[in-house]
Design a protein around this ligand. Sequence first.
Ligand code: GUN
Length: 294
Amino acid sequence: MAARIIDGKVIASELRARVADEVARVQRVHGVTPGLAVVLVGSDPASQVYVRSKHKQTQAAGMASFEHVLPADVEQIELLALIGKLNRDPGVHGILVQLPLPKSLDTEAVINAIDPAKDVDGLHPNNAGRLAGGFAALSPCTPLGCIILTKSVHASLEGLNAIVIGRSNLVGRPLVQLLLNENATVTIAHSRSRDLAQLCARADLVYGAVGRPEMVRADWIKPGATVIDVGINRLPGPDGKDRLVGDVAFAEVSEVAGAITPVPGGVGQMTVACLLVNTLRAACAIHGLAKPAV
Ligand code: GUN
């Protein structure tokens, strides 16, 4: 039987609507308008698309959106000065530096310069460490989105066998921690793991986050498993235009899985919605307000 398609578009749009309601309430009751600053260095077309979408969705949720575009040859010290300014700006509650940065810049130093209270990407070592320790933290947006999509299928993840294929700081590692917090049993696999098929065989939840087009195959998947595809790979299409494919061979895996996310229209939709959630949460925490209802 064909798998249920998990519609990231619908789930993300519902989440954005809930964020917008909470933003309106926080504004009305406390006079606080959450603000998100996005910093883009250079003119990578894919990054420009992401940044534009963040800007539009932030404004649509009733938040303040600040965009800072710096040239690709900007000096490290200038970028750090901008981050310092945003750290001190009371109208800014979330700071996101679009990655990847040009090679001339020191990404680690840039992330470390962000005030952890405004680190809506959850990449600062304070937040990554807090998440790994099981403490409250701002967590990376894509893994948060993966958990929400999984919970649209499974009310509880307790005791389920999950496998995360990929160990990046942005997705794989934080996703493992979030799954542990949900009491799932987690296997961490990656591009060098041996016999991925066998590792996947027991998994109720499979997360493809390795960045290899269509690597996860149907014969790896336990019948009925939930498959969340984090991959966004661009391959040349038959018409000369790029075609987006995930890390999962969607057509064949959807014949075996119980539920599956498409690419596009799955996890990708959730990332910006979760960024709005994190910005709202950061604004409430900075102003000493109760945790918002989203
Ligand atoms: N580039 C691709 N995804 C992301 C993300 O989630 N955060 C940042 N900062 N850059 C990205």
